[in-house]
Design a protein around this ligand. Structure first.
Ligand code: UDP
Length: 316
């Protein structure tokens, strides 16, 4: 059945892949974005499609639309961006969630919240299962995002209990791939661009902190399996459990690009989590989902994307 689907943050890195997939599946898509970090460039494949529409709107303000389903993916997710205007980040997480839940309630729509591994903070439990309650700073520089996203989850469960809204919560771990922004300060994009331009690779701290990186196609598959699944509100972790230290990631990217870059160390940001790795047993058992792209394969495709982007810019 053709649905009318709202994707907030639809012009962003992950949101744009969701919009494309929905259009491919034959739905009518309304992409809502305030273009703070999203860009129309991410949507070139569907901009002219008659079943696609862009709404420039900030979800911190209510909106009245008729929809059947909502993906709530609006919020800057890179530390550099979400810390640039922390008050707006909290508003986007909390007011945004309230506004979208209100819309879901009125229209009877199923609504998915893009939550995050950041709700686990600097975790003392490893790997992180959905039952882990997290170790989050209340007042640190990351708190606007972490606590904002925690509060968003809370309000999702309250709308479910109090108003019977059909909610879905996924917790997204570090994700990478084409359409990451060049200047968003993320480790994968930073390292690849530094390597491709033979600049120093900036490892923060001694690089012993770990992350687990999921290729965007794998994540999007998990998102759609979750959205379609009945009787599974979540929360469900979505990420790739293959863990690597940031120092080794730098080395891997140097090797894959054949770069002459040197690794240098810079100051570790405050509250930077020391380790992060998803336990994906629930996604695996309930959705039959697991990532299929090895890091080497995913990184090669991402390197190719940034290489083309840099070449185009040089041509300009
Ligand atoms: N990082 C780094 N160099 C960079 C950018 C990031 O060493 O140029 C580190 C950062 O301190 C963190 C990890 O890489 O430990 C992942 O950072 P990112 O901002 O990509 O994501 P998050 O911290 O939200 O997981």
């Amino acid at each position: 059945m053709k649905k009318r689907v709202l994707v907030t943050g639809g012009a962003g890195f992950i949101g744009s892949f969701i919009c494309e997939r929905l259009v491919e599946e034959g739905h009518y898509v309304i992409c809502c974005d305030n273009f703070y970090t999203g860009t129309k460039n991410n949507l070139v494949n569907i901009l002219d499609n008659k079943d696609f529409e862009i709404l420039r709107h900030d979800i911190t303000f209510p909106t009245y639309l008729e929809v059947d389903e909502i993906f709530n993916f609006a919020c800057p997710a890179s530390p550099v961006h979400y810390q640039n205007d922390p008050v707006q980040t909290v508003k986007t997480c909390v007011h945004g969630a309230i506004n979208m839940l209100g819309l879901a309630k009125r229209t009877g729509s199923r609504i998915m919240q893009a939550s995050t591994s950041e709700i686990y903070g600097d975790p003392e439990v490893h790997p992180q299962s959905e039952s882990y309650k997290g170790a989050v700073s209340i007042d640190g520089p990351r708190a606007c995002y972490d606590e904002g996203k925690r509060c968003a989850e809370t309000i999702f469960w309250d709308y479910q209990r109090q108003h019977n809204v059909d909610v879905k919560v996924i917790r997204i771990f570090n994700t990478y791939g084409p359409r990451m922004q060049k200047h968003d300060g993320r480790v994968v994009s930073n390292f690849i661009i530094q390597a491709l331009t033979n600049k120093n690779i900036t490892v923060y701290g001694d690089g012993s902190q770990t992350r687990s990186f999921c290729y965007v196609d794998d994540l999007v598959n998990g998102i759609f399996l979750m959205m379609k699944k009945e009787n599974l509100p979540g929360p469900v972790n979505l990420g790739n459990p293959s863990e690597i230290s940031i120092y080794n990631l730098a080395q891997e990217i140097i090797d894959l690009t054949g770069s002459k870059s040197k690794i240098i160390n810079k100051e570790l940001p405050v509250d930077d989590p020391k380790q992060r790795c998803p336990n994906i047993e629930i996604a695996n058992k309930e959705l039959g989902w697991q990532p299929s792209f090895d890091r080497e394969v995913g990184l090669k495709m991402t390197i190719e994307y940034f290489d083309e982007l840099l070449n185009k810019e040089k041509l300009k």
